[in-house]
Design a protein around this ligand. Sequence first.
Ligand code: COA
Length: 185
Amino acid sequence: MALADYIDNKPVIETKRLIIRPMTVLDVPALKKWMPDRSIYTYWGKGPSKAEKDPELLFEKTERPTKSFHLGIADKKDNEVIGDLWVYLIENDRMAQIAIRLSKDKHGKGYGTEALSAMTRFCFENTELQRLWTQVDVRNVASSRMLEKCGYKKEGLIRQGKMVNTWCDYYIYGILKTDTRLSDD
Ligand SMILES: CC(C)(COP(=O)(O)OP(=O)(O)OC[C@H]1O[C@@H](n2cnc3c(N)ncnc32)[C@H](O)[C@@H]1OP(=O)(O)O)[C@@H](O)C(=O)NCCC(=O)NCCS
């Protein structure tokens, strides 16, 4: 498989407790519960957008075909979307950026590590991607820890750089397909 194979059919990835899957308008009631919550944007680089404050808007336009992934993270128990993740800014089908967020009431239960490990493994096993990376505000301890548990390496510190729309000290975390061990779910 290759990134191009997923342009029209986005993947569904199952872990022990989660289903990582495309979202539809049926997920709006679940998204409304957490997506507008400002507390999850503290280290996100920007506050909630108009569509994140009113998730119905996310589904108004038909999505342009893209190799990027924006998938919901659903709890297997009830299929309710409790977070979302991206693999985006894909360069030459070789390198991409990742981002993940979860509803505040789901933090600290290992869901972030479970979802990101599975998505990372999926990218290396099912696409041409060789490198995944992200920027993390140095104050975002939970994110740094989650990335390290998923096998990402802290590659550097950018001092007072631009992270999305904010200026802060941030780390670059990255993982290569050739890095030996991808953490389990
Ligand atoms: C980052 C995020 C996705 C992590 O998900 P999570 O499910 O809470 O993370 P996990 O439960 O898998 O925890 C990973 C590790 O971080 C630790 N951790 C979690 N929250 C923490 C906190 N507030 N402070 C310190 N450590 C924390 C956990 O204890 C765990 O380490 P351990 O297993 O050694 O105990 C979640 O905090 C989130 O959605 N944050 C808001 C959005 C965001 O900032 N995204 C990242 C942008 S780079």
